[in-house]
Design a protein around this ligand. Sequence first.
Ligand code: C2O
Length: 565
Amino acid sequence: MGVEHDNIHIRLLLFCTILGCLATTPAMAALKKYQFDVQVKTVSRLCHAKPIVTVNGMFPGPTIYVREGDRLQINVTNYAQYNMSVHWHGLKQYRNGWADGPAYITQCPVQTGQSYTYDFNVTGQRGTLWWHAHISWLRATVYGAIVILPQQGTPYPFPQPDFEFELVLGEWWNTDVEEDVKQGNKLGLPPKTSDAHTINGKPGPLFPCSEKHTNAIEVEQGKTYLLRIVNAALNDELFFAIDGHKMTVVEIDAVYTKPFSTETILIAPGQTTNVLVRANQLPGRYFMAARPFMDAPISIDNKTAAAILQYKGIPNFVLPTLPQLPSLNNTAYALSYNAKLRSLNSKQFPAAVPRKVDRRLFYTIGLGVNPCEDCLNGTQMAASLNNITFVMPKIGLLQAHYYNLKGVFKMDFPDRPPTVFNYTGAPLTANLKTSVSGQPRLSKIAFNSTVELVLQDTNLLSVESHPFHLHGYNFFVVGSGIGNFDPVKDPAKYNLVDPPERNTVGVPTGGWTAIRFRADNPGVWFMHCHLELHTGWGLKMAFVVENGPDKDHSIRPPPKDLPPC
Ligand code: C2O
């Protein structure tokens, strides 16, 4: 049992050496296979033991290591009592939505006792991504990192690190989250906030019963480390810092960035950030800490998760100190941090930003209260895009689209909100006629067209920051601002040269974000707020990207073992 104490992970990944040897060998795509057994295991944190859903009994789940160009086959066998689907967050799944994973969007869930093999190629991406359950709130415990190494012979476009570590940030509840969510839905209210934040599944010594639940990574003075940081939290954007050490950001969402040095990073649920850290301080023990950023009047779990950066040879009784993190509501820090993110945009890794736009979309984000017949109070919380609260279908939308099944969804999601109003003006308590009934409404996008989507936060009920994730694509974040988007003035300020390219972007509290992408990946692609609370309230929609001119630019036929509904 004592083994868990201040777990020191030492991993030797000597790329330079390997790359050096293999630099002249042409890159060979390999087939990598993983077995994911979804099973319940009792785990204890904060002095509470409870059964949780895991993959292979691990929490967090196993890291997937793959090289750009490889093919992955991950067999998911479900031994848990919940239906399950797993999403490979940020993997583009070209023409292959069948392997994307969001339940009832691209597949029906894998039922208890059943299996499904996610079979996909990792093409044109390298960096850190992650995987998570994509049904209900099961991702609270079912998640892990994905490390995509560059092709053999291709070095990183930054100084080669001596070692690498994954740091997956999460949230922990002492209670059964699935039960809490059920209860919350009955009441029409949010379930209670988490009891702790975690780093690699452990909350650290600022929590009770932490002895066994602190992570430490061992470093050697003078060496450089690549930290692959994932925010797997359900509902909290997080600040992360290491006491006494600066970080150099080199990659976000598996896209290289122009490196910049920072004391604190900001990372929203769904996002990943790779940083280089040099162990250049006095040998000692230094806290790495994560705590939320929240600049709206919303109650959240504001506790600090901590892990330890431990210099070799320093004993465990040396007390670390905490890094200074920006305060909970430090909007200025958040905005200035995000403004520093830029695509690397090198010759080898160009930023292919669409310059002309074929299709302009403007979506308002709204929170509200809807009538609810079976809710205890007669009302329930709801969320909407362009006043539409997404209704979950009973069968996978991708199947319905592929087989042309009628009556499953409508293709009439509006390109703009029904009314123009002062979106971020004085608190707007009224609901704007949120529609919840009927079929899910989707938006059709022509193959290979260029799309600009402006996501506009509103003050309906309350402003709040929303990390939006698009499946099947990366997009460029060409602009962002506070207040209402101005279609005349704001586009003039867009960055069309080296904007950050990512798969999840925070729409600032009471502000807007403009993204652009080329719709070259046919399929049905989910887009949603990555705060599980809001996804559950309906803050989601899906695009149907049409097939291209020939078979090679059309959706692949479905795999034989696609789960039935
Ligand atoms: Cu990481 Cu649809 O989610």
